[in-house]
Structure formats: structure tokens, C-alpha cells
Ligand binder design. Structure first.
Ligand SMILES: [Zn+2]
Length: 236
């Protein structure tokens, strides 16, 4: 039996069992164990782990923990805005969050019938960030990019994702289909006229269409909601 002392960043405490949220705790384990495995076994997926130190030296997550080690674990730091445009895949419970992200132009795959293996495969093959409230999914060994949402509310979840990935600079409203994630194309009014309600015909001149699912978009009620969401992000 080996014992190591673990100390976690306060930002990670919500993920720990209640009796482990204080000033650190002793953790007993057998055999050779990586620091990643021990951290996940107390409930924190590797996607949430930032800088990790063993006896004050920075170590990788493969580090094998020794008897008597003092391990300090920081939370992952939010991404700055200089990286490539992030792309997402969302688990089957996050339909509303997917709409918010698409509304602002973020490439966000979502289907309510993806199974776990499909989520893992697409996330890895397409280098997408897996968004979920299920920490078990983020503990899967193939997942490199992921974020564990804290809130149950889709608008707050949206703000969490904007903060975590520095999305403000990527916002491009009227770019993507809210229903299916495909990029929109401009449409001529005369080509969509027979599908418009009388008032829409009267008040709007500019239209977009989704070439994948044929949904028509104009700067009506969706657009006002979008503007409101963008305005609210200014204070983040
Ligand atoms: Zn569409």
C-alpha cells in the first residue's frame, strides 16, 4: 500500500466527493498508478486537469505516483483567443446549447441519437471538442479535447463555453443552419417567395437558405435573439 497527499485547485472542488474538498487529503493506492488515473478515480476527468506538480516539480499526466508524494493539481486554464477556431460535438442532451452555438456561427455537431462510441470516434477523427455534463464520457482514454459543463441552464452553458474557449472573436451570426449545422447560402427573395408568410414577404428583403435541409432564414425574430445573446457576452 502506498499513500500520496493530493491537493486540488478550488476550481476543481465541485467535482470531488464532499469529504475531499478541504485542504488536501491522503490517498492510498496499490501498484504502479499514473497521476492521471488517480485523479480520475476521485472524479475529475483529464480534460479538466491543468498544471500538475509532484513534490513541486511539474509532471505529465503519465507520471507514476510514489509513496509519500505530494501532488498538486490546478484546473485547466481557459484558452486565449489566438488559437484556431474551435469546433464542437455535443452529447445527446445538449440540443439547446447546440442551437445557441450554431446561432453564433460555431461549427457544432449534435444529434440526439449519437451513441457514446460515435461521439468518441467523431471527436477524435475530426479534432472536435466534446461538450457534455457526463464526466464519464470525458474520462474515455481517446478523448483529448473536452469540457465538462457545470450548469443545467443552456444559456449559462453557452457562456461557460464562450469563456472556456475564448469564442468572442469567432462569433459570426447568420452563418450556419440552427437545425442542421450546415453553412448557409444567400437566397434571392423571388426564389423563396412562395414559402414566406405574408408579413415576412412585406418586411424582409434579405434571405439565406440552408442547402442541406432547405430551412429559410431572415433577420426576424431569430436575429433579435441573436443580437441579444451577443450583447450579453460583452460583459464576460
Ligand atoms: Zn439546415
Amino acid at each position: 500500500m502506498k499513500i500520496a497527499r493530493f491537493n486540488f485547485d478550488e476550481k476543481l472542488h465541485w467535482l470531488l466527493p464532499r469529504d475531499k474538498r478541504g485542504d488536501g487529503f491522503d490517498y492510498a493506492f496499490n501498484g504502479p498508478q499514473s497521476v492521471k488515473h488517480l485523479i480520475e478515480s476521485v472524479g475529475i476527468p483529464h480534460t479538466e486537469i491543468g498544471e500538475t506538480r509532484a513534490n513541486e516539480e511539474v509532471v505529465s499526466l503519465d507520471y507514476l505516483v510514489h509513496d509519500g508524494d505530494r501532488i498538486e493539481v490546478r484546473a485547466v486554464v481557459p484558452m486565449d483567443e489566438s488559437t484556431d477556431e474551435p469546433r464542437f460535438i455535443l452529447d445527446g442532451h445538449l440540443g439547446r446549447l447546440a442551437s445557441h452555438l450554431r446561432m453564433l456561427g460555431m461549427d457544432s455537431l449534435y444529434r440526439n441519437d449519437y451513441n457514446d462510441n460515435e461521439l468518441f470516434r467523431i471527436a477524435v477523427d475530426e479534432n472536435r471538442i466534446l461538450l457534455t455534463r457526463d464526466r464519464r464520457l470525458l474520462m474515455h482514454k481517446t478523448i483529448r479535447l473536452g469540457y465538462l459543463l457545470q450548469s443545467l441552464n443552456s444559456e449559462e452553458q453557452f457562456r461557460e463555453v464562450v469563456r472556456r474557449y475564448g469564442l468572442k472573436k469567432w462569433i459570426k451570426p447568420f452563418q450556419r443552419c440552427i437545425r442542421c449545422n450546415h453553412l448557409l447560402e444567400p437566397a434571392r427573395k423571388e426564389d423563396v417567395l412562395d414559402r414566406l408568410q405574408p408579413l415576412t414577404k412585406l418586411y424582409f428583403e434579405e434571405f439565406h437558405i440552408c442547402p442541406a435541409c432547405n430551412q429559410i432564414y431572415w433577420k426576424g425574430s431569430h436575429f433579435e435573439r441573436m443580437q441579444k445573446m451577443i450583447d450579453e457576452l460583452k460583459d464576460l
